[in-house]
Design a protein around this ligand. Structure first.
Ligand SMILES: Cc1cc2nc3c(=O)[nH]c(=O)nc-3n(C[C@H](O)[C@H](O)[C@H](O)COP(=O)(O)OP(=O)(O)OC[C@H]3O[C@@H](n4cnc5c(N)ncnc54)[C@H](O)[C@@H]3O)c2cc1C
Length: 342
């Protein structure tokens, strides 16, 4: 129901509002078609407006994903394929709120259409159109938004394997903000500086699988454990840096801590995920050591002979300390006199 004051003001307009509507829509026929599409949504019981105010974040996400899935089925049922008509339908289904497929429809598909080669389109566009592939757009980094030339993520071409190795090596190069990355997408278009034959060729877009298509499990599995532990340690560091205030609820940090720490347990308990990842890596390493080649995300191990692989800490904190390591020499110095006394 339109507000009575609004209706009165509109009726008092000094021009024909209908004509302005036609101009904005691009003609009377487009207005008719828009209203027809809007009516499909408004009269559909599946899309009735519900009160989201008392739902939790997870419940809102579930509602939105249910609506998006229904929306795609109905778009197909009605044969709506024109991008503008899809936009009208979508706007009415989600009533102007962001929805899980926003980035897929608004950035992933258009980027494929405008920047992919015909071969790349053959491989990715139809699966993406059919929502087998759901994509997001990962351009912004923690340290670089407007300043695009400063993006630090690299994609280095390896002629031996004909693969691109993507790397975000620093905190400032962490991809930040991509809508739908956390739960919905299984692929991302990642903007990175292309390096080949030792030269930087500037920013290019790369399609990177991030979840398994069949199971929607994140790739690689250990990454979730690593990132959630790192974030946990970061929150704790912030708390400690604030001294006593960090402990106080006024700082907001305890709430962040309590909300975030369960992520180390749900959607795959971190220790178990790290053990699974380690088992998989050791198995792949053994295969490579015995002369077999491995594929996919562990194909970098094929490079063992050239020793380009460097050990990296994967846990946020070192869990064991080898007291015989040279770095702990000073500790030993203090230990020896103590041992002598005992
Ligand atoms: C809701 C939301 C969703 C997003 N979704 C995505 C996504 O899906 N994928 C993705 O890649 N990114 C996404 N982004 C990131 C978005 O593209 C960046 O936030 C944007 O590019 C701005 O970068 P920044 O946040 O680093 O701000 P900055 O560029 O650091 O800007 C900070 C301030 O500095 C000023 N400033 C910067 N440069 C100049 C200049 N040259 N001259 C004068 N002033 C300047 C700006 O005006 C601003 O006030 C999203 C952002 C939001 C808020």
């Amino acid at each position: 129901m339109m507000n009575a004051d609004l209706r009165r003001e509109r009726a008092a307009a000094t021009f024909q509002t209908e004509l302005l509507t036609h101009i904005l829509d691009g003609g009377a026929e487009r207005t008719r078609r828009r209203k027809e599409i809007e009516a499909l949504v408004l009269n559909d019981p599946d899309f009735q407006h519900e009160d989201l105010n008392f739902l939790s974040r997870s419940q809102r996400y579930e509602q939105a994903i249910r609506k998006s899935a229904l929306m795609v089925m109905k778009l197909r049922e009605y044969g709506i394929a024109d991008p503008e008509e899809i936009y009208w339908f979508k706007s009415f289904v989600h009533r102007g709120r962001p929805e899980p497929l926003d980035l897929h429809l608004g950035m992933f598909l258009p980027t494929l259409l405008t920047q992919a080669t015909p071969e790349q389109q053959d491989r990715f566009f139809m699966p993406a159109w059919n929502l087998e592939i759901i994509g997001t757009y990962a351009q912004t980094e923690m340290g670089h938004g407007t300043h695009l030339r400063g993006l630090e993520t690299t994609a280095t071409y390896d002629p031996a394997t004909q693969e691109f190795i993507l790397n975000s090596p620093t905190v400032t190069s962490i991809k930040w903000w991509p809508g739908g990355l956390g739960k919905t997408s299984n692929h991302a278009i990642v903007l990175a500086q292309l390096y080949t034959q030792g030269q930087c060729k500037g920013l290019h877009a790369f399609i990177v699988p991030i979840r398994q298509l069949g199971t929607h499990e994140p790739l690689p599995a250990g990454l979730k454990a690593f990132t959630s532990w790192t974030a946990n340690a970061g929150i704790e560091e912030c708390r400690m840096a604030c001294g006593g205030h960090g402990y106080s609820r006024c700082s907001g940090i305890p709430d962040i801590y309590v909300t975030f720490t369960p992520s180390c347990t749900y959607e795959g308990e971190n220790t178990v995920m790290m053990l699974q990842t380690a088992r998989f890596l050791v198995k792949s390493y053994t295969q490579v050591s015995s002369g077999q080649r491995v594929t996919g995300m562990v194909s970098y191990l094929n490079d063992l002979s050239r020793q380009r692989i460097q050990p990296q800490h994967v846990a946020a904190r070192t869990v064991t300390v080898r007291i015989n390591d040279p770095v702990h020499e000073s500790f030993r110095k203090h230990l020896k006199p103590m041992q002598a006394k005992l």
